[in-house]
Design a protein around this ligand. Structure first.
Ligand code: ATP
Length: 366
């Protein structure tokens, strides 16, 4: 089922006269395609949970519309929306066994939706199988690991065959290894069921790795929507460029003047079709090429060997960052001289942004 948000806005009023309140979701216009996994991504407080709560019906919007397929669900009660919800804390019933937890949503179905005991059991078993917990059905939640509990929570959300699955930071309580494993599981389950799924996270790597599309938000406003690689390769503003990628993109203050891109008084690239302006120069770690004759000089700090790659750590007078990072092949030599390391820059991964608006400025390399 596709989901359409039209001018969707949620304002929370201030509590006092001095508190202006906050627009947690600001004029969202999105069409979420049927059967896809969408990552809703942004820093803490940007409005991700609010957006999810509007979709689930737990919050009413201040203005705007929500459509599930062609149906306007803006005023529909949460329980009538056909949604499966999974939160960060699994919220299983502690006194019920795994199978009883999964059956629970089915036992409350009424009227036309009511199922026989056999039908309920069949559905619950299918959901348990899908998340691979068939062997744990008679345990209580406290007898399960965090990852297993989260699988039960997902099975419980799937058992009603939702039209839309909403996952709010479902991996946050898991340790690093389990996070990786469970996110792959979620991706598999989503593909097998084909249920349109929205996955909320502040972890860009998590969102990038499993989403068909990501929606990057900041302060209630959508910054960019697209396939993960597309957004990474072609960020529309400095926020998106800095939010995606680890190590983070390296940002310098710079200037375009007479067809040259400067960092300080060093001309780092020849650029065409750009007006003279003050800019931010954002360089992906893989876009630095160590070169003793290179135009960009930085203060060398350290080399960190990480197996296949090496990370060169340095600083610059023209960057506010405490540590900048270049990633180079382990066989590439770096020879700092008098504490200075020099680089050339690869233009495809060196992006520039207007310093006043932070919007992307496109250029051609001359
Ligand atoms: P996190 O990743 O930390 O959970 P988030 O991106 O999910 O953050 P929200 O919880 O949606 O962010 O909050 C967005 C903004 O709305 C925040 O500034 C928050 O303080 C505010 N907010 C959320 N709920 C309410 C509420 N019930 N009343 C007033 N303000 C709220």
């Amino acid at each position: 089922m596709k989901v359409v948000l039209e001018n969707l806005t949620k304002k929370f009023p201030g509590r006092t006269r001095k508190d202006p309140g906050v627009t947690a979701v600001n004029n969202f216009n999105i069409e979420i395609p049927d059967g896809k996994l969408i990552g809703l991504l942004g820093p803490s407080g940007c409005g991700k949970s609010t957006a999810l709560n509007l979709l689930s019906g737990l919050l009413a919007p201040t203005s705007g519309k929500i459509y599930f397929g062609d149906e306007d669900v803006t005023d529909l009660q949460p329980e009538k929306r056909g949604i499966g919800l999974v939160f960060q804390n699994y919220a299983l019933y502690p006194h019920l066994t795994v199978i009883e937890n999964i059956l629970f949503p089915l036992e409350n179905l009424k009227g036309e939706e009511k199922l026989s005991r056999d039908q309920m059991m069949k559905r619950a078993m299918e959901a348990a199988k899908l998340v691979q917990i068939e062997m744990l059905l008679n345990r209580k939640p406290k007898e399960l690991s965090g990852g297993q509990q989260q699988r039960v929570a997902i099975a419980r959300a799937l058992v009603k065959m939702p039209r839309l699955l909403l996952l709010d930071e479902p991996l946050s309580n898991l340790d690093a290894r389990l996070r990786l494993q469970t996110r792959e599981e979620i991706s598999r389950i989503q593909k097998e069921t084909g249920i349109t799924t929205i996955f909320v996270t502040h972890d860009q790597e998590e969102a990038m790795s499993i989403s068909d599309q990501i929606i990057v938000m900041k302060d209630g406003v959508i910054q960019q929507i697209g396939a993960p690689q597309e957004v990474y390769d072609d960020p529309k503003n400095l926020f998106v460029a800095e939010f995606l990628g680890t190590p983070q993109i390296n940002t310098f203050e710079g200037e375009v003047k007479d067809g040259k891109l400067y960092i300080g008084n060093e001309a780092v690239l020849n650029v065409r079709n750009v007006n003279d302006q003050k800019v931010y120069v954002a360089v992906r770690p893989e876009a630095f090429i160590p070169d003793p004759e290179g135009p960009l000089s930085c203060a060398f700090k350290a080399l960190e060997v990480m197996g296949r790659d090496t990370s060169v750590v340095f600083t610059s007078k023209f960057s506010e960052r405490k540590a900048l990072r270049a990633i180079i092949g382990a066989d590439v030599k770096v020879e700092p001289k008098d504490g200075v390391v020099r680089f050339r820059l690869r233009s495809p991964k060196t992006e520039i942004f207007n310093r006043e608006t932070s919007e992307r400025v496109y250029y051609e390399e001359a």
